[in-house]
Ligand binder design. Structure first.
Ligand code: UFG
Length: 324
């Protein structure tokens, strides 16, 4: 298939582009390189432009004629979204609308959307299945929820448009061959921050909040290896190509680790007993997010290979050591 990948130079997008290339698809990346890197795009062309530029989207779609679009390009940092909500509504919601307008005009009928567990807010039931109410507690989650609703309404009136929204839990790790990985120096994610601390880039890792209603007081997250998540995209693409209906799937393994448990694994894997500082809560953090991914396994036949936090951290560490 010919697949247009927005954000294909970014962390998750580049892993999906790699898999598309390995499986014989033709990928074209559209990326503004604000957080992505040209070298991370291992297959296909890259168009460097922004989704706020509808003319550029139109030109790209007309020239490439994709069968399907996988849409990663977005801003993704929860605390930043609390501080600068308009950036999130512009980047994640309004820019997606630009893309969808062009896809509607050009009659492109298959769409895969990077959604997030943040659409659930602070869910009462754990693990979370796809029927849990959407109640985001930060602008990041709201910006993604709004896009999901736009997709729902668009598909409802346009039978030749189908989509899959994948709700990612906490994506981590790197390509097991260490060709690509997260390469954003200002990354805020726990595992990346922990590894950078182990490398000596900062004096200590902060733990944001130790008074949550969890067994050890720190937040619990479901960490999923980026390659297993990439597989979910390829399965979603196949399901649409096979004529399946629009759908939504949680992407996680179904069990969580606390921040303290993650710190222990990072120290074990790196062999570096870096310092930790316990500080107050970070704005916008729910106590616990664990996926019920039964639907992804049953309906799309997802069979993850790397459900092992030590392996996830090890691949991220191998990659991190390659960065300067
Ligand atoms: N944390 C620390 N110290 C750090 C960084 C993070 O204690 O230096 C804590 C956070 O407070 C949180 C946990 O580690 O409790 C995980 O934080 P991340 O920043 O790694 O990830 P988030 O859970 O905030 O968000 C990620 C993605 C979102 C997605 C969410 C869904 O960035 O896109 O997972 O679970 F919505």
């Amino acid at each position: 298939m010919r697949v247009l990948v927005t954000g294909g130079a970014g962390y998750i997008g580049s892993h999906v582009v790699k898999k598309l290339g390995e499986q014989g698809h033709i990928a074209c990346t559209f990326d503004n390189l604000s957080t992505g890197n040209r070298w991370a795009v291992l297959y296909g062309d890259i168009i460097v432009d922004d989704l706020n530029n509808m003319e550029a989207i139109r030109r790209t779609v007309r020239a490439f004629r994709p069968d399907a679009v996988i849409h990663f390009a977005a801003a993704i940092v929860v605390p930043e979204s609390v501080a600068d909500p308009l950036k999130y509504y512009a980047n994640n919601t309004a820019n997606t609308l630009n893309l969808l307008r062009v896809l509607q005009e050009e009659k492109i009928g298959m769409f895969i959307f990077s959604s997030t567990a943040a659409v659930y807010g602070m869910p009462e039931q754990m693990p979370i299945d796809e029927l849990a109410p959407l109640a985001p507690i930060n602008p990041y989650g709201t910006s993604k929820m709004m896009t999901e609703l736009i997709l729902r309404d668009m598909a409802a009136v346009n039978s030749s448009f189908r989509y899959v929204a994948l709700r990612y839990f906490n994506v981590a790790g790197a390509d097991p061959k260490a060709q690509i990985g997260q390469a954003y120096a200002a990354a805020t994610h726990l595992i990346t921050r922990g590894l950078k601390t182990a490398k000596g880039f900062s004096a200590r890792l902060q733990i944001f909040g130790t008074d949550y209603d969890t067994p050890d007081g720190t937040c619990i997250r479901d960490y999923i290896h980026v390659d297993d998540l990439a597989d979910a995209h390829l399965l979603a693409l196949k399901s649409l190509a096979d004529g399946r209906k629009s759908d939504i799937f949680n992407c996680g393994y179904g069990h969580g680790f606390s921040v303290r448990e993650v710190v222990t694994v990072i120290r074990d894997v790196t062999g570096i007993p870096f310092l930790v500082e316990e500080t107050g809560r970070r704005a916008g953090d729910p106590a616990q997010l664990v996926a019920d991914s039964t639907k992804l396994r049953k309906v799309l036949g997802w069979q993850p290979l790397y459900d092992d936090l030590s392996f996830i951290v090890k691949t991220a560490w191998e990659w991190e050591k390659k960065l300067s």
